[in-house]
Write a protein that binds this ligand. Structure first.
Ligand code: G
Ligand code: G
Ligand code: NA
Length: 257
């Protein structure tokens, strides 16, 4: 069977669902945002992880309509959560949506503006996480798109910072507000000191250039403490919560009735 054909069918049948993993303040575990993570609810194979279909989706450009669905669903859910949080006196959450460099095309800023208008989510509540594409991309075009997106008032984050060839170049060239430190560097905090020094240096780099820093893949109390000690304020990972379905995310972000 052909994966591209299956993905087209999955779009028609509306089989893509969005999970949400909280981004928390490391000090007290309070959620300040959520990362939207796509899953494919396959009728026979069950829940399929993004790594199994995103590369093919990028290659076939099916990532464009899939990404549109994910963005709309994530913005709609977060707008509803934020309305209810406001009534309860709780601060607004941001929602982080992944966009691979391959998804940044001429009409992307307009698509994002339309989704914000349609769902009523405040632009400042949306953060787009830019991930390096599995396919080649045009740096100048990506910069241009990111400037347009920034003009809408949304936040921009670099995902998996420290991996891939482009981290420092992206930090220099892109109008980025937030750096997400790759899990590999968080894992290092439990290891030998040379490696944890490198992690500390990355956190320091983020602070020096005045970007928010989010640590990914925080799994242990000792990692949480080490991150706090080096001045990192925000984290995401199994220590706080795994990616949750819509109902479980709702229970986490809204006060019990
Ligand atoms: O949920 P999981 O940790 O398996 O996700 C793995 C990776 O898949 C994420 O780190 C992210 O880069 C990618 N991913 C998840 N959801 C989306 C999405 O909606 N769009 C894109 N482009 N990538 C996604
Ligand atoms: O956007 P990104 O590629 O970083 O997506 C995060 C991925 O990492 C998701 O697939 C999520 O399920 C996974 N993940 C999130 N938190 C943890 C964690 O604490 N430990 C591990 N091993 N994986 C995590
Ligand atoms: Na991400």
């Amino acid at each position: 069977v052909n994966l591209a054909t299956d993905l087209r069918l999955a779009l028609e049948r509306d089989e893509f669902v969005v999970y949400y993993q909280p981004i928390c303040t490391l000090a007290d575990g309070a959620p300040v945002g959520l990362e939207a993570l796509v899953r494919w609810q396959h009728p026979a194979r069950g829940m399929v992880a993004p790594m199994e279909f995103i590369p093919t989706a990028e290659e076939t450009e099916l990532i464009v309509p899939i990404g549109h669905r994910v963005l709309r669903e994530a913005c709609r859910s977060t707008a509803a959560w934020n309305r209810r949080r406001a009534l309860a006196g709780l601060p607004e959450l941001t929602v982080h949506v992944n966009l691979s460099t391959r998804q940044l095309r001429g009409d992307t800023p307009q698509m994002v503006a339309e989704v914000l208008g349609e769902t009523g989510l405040a632009p400042s509540s949306l953060v787009l996480e830019i991930t390096e594409s599995h396919q080649a991309f045009d740096l100048a075009q990506v910069c241009d798109q990111l400037q347009c997106l920034k003009g809408l008032g949304v936040g921009l984050a670099i995902d998996d910072f420290g991996t891939g060839y482009s981290s420092l170049l992206a930090l220099r060239e892109f109008p980025i507000d937030t750096i997400k430190i790759d899990k590999a560097f968080v894992d290092n905090l439990d290891g030998c000191s040379d490696r944890s020094d490198l992690t500390r240096a990355i956190v320091q780099l983020g602070r020096t250039v005045r970007r928010d820093v989010v640590a990914e893949g925080v799994e242990s109390e000792s990692q949480r403490q080490a991150l706090l000690d080096c001045g990192c304020r925000l984290g995401q990972g199994y220590l706080f919560a795994k990616p949750l379905d819509h109902a479980a995310a709702t229970a986490l972000v809204l006060p019990a009735p």
